[in-house]
Design a protein around this ligand. Structure first.
Ligand SMILES: [Zn+2]
Ligand SMILES: [Zn+2]
Ligand SMILES: [Zn+2]
Length: 134
């Protein structure tokens, strides 16, 4: 019985430790993203009813851009591809790592702060990104 209680404690410790790592959540209805340690509450989605959160992954310093819905997220690994608001699943391109250099694409006009020059891979406005440094 003691062992059982010990195991239960251990399990709850592991679960609560896991819950302390912030993750990126995206609502598939209103398309907003939030950073939370646990699944955010579902109250008052602007698209009516309650939010329907999708866990995109652990927050990190990699900047990913979806070439379809043009959303930008900061995660440790390639984000979950489930449910893109544009259609089907997200197609994430890695643009770079978070840093102090600010760039804007002259074509699709997204703005990011990166450590090195961002990747030019696939601009949703056509061809490759054309970065302008501030
Ligand atoms: Zn929502
Ligand atoms: Zn997308
Ligand atoms: Zn672009």
């Amino acid at each position: 019985m003691k062992t059982f209680i010990f195991l239960m404690c251990l399990l709850s410790c592991i679960t609560s430790f896991g819950a302390n790592i912030p993750r990126v959540y995206l609502c598939r209805k209103c398309d907003i993203s939030v950073i939370k340690e646990k699944r955010p509450n579902t109250l008052y989605c602007s698209a009516k009813g309650s939010h329907n959160w999708i866990d995109l992954g652990i927050v990190g310093e990699n900047i990913y851009h979806c070439r379809k819905c043009r959303k930008i997220v900061y995660t440790a690994k390639r984000p979950n591809v489930i449910y893109c608001s544009s259609r089907g699943s997200h197609t994430w391109d890695l643009l770079g790592q978070v840093g102090k250099n600010q760039y804007q694409c002259r074509k699709c006009s997204i703005k990011i702060s990166v450590r090195n020059r961002p990747s030019t891979i696939y601009c949703p406005a056509g061809g490759s990104h054309n970065w302008n440094k501030f």
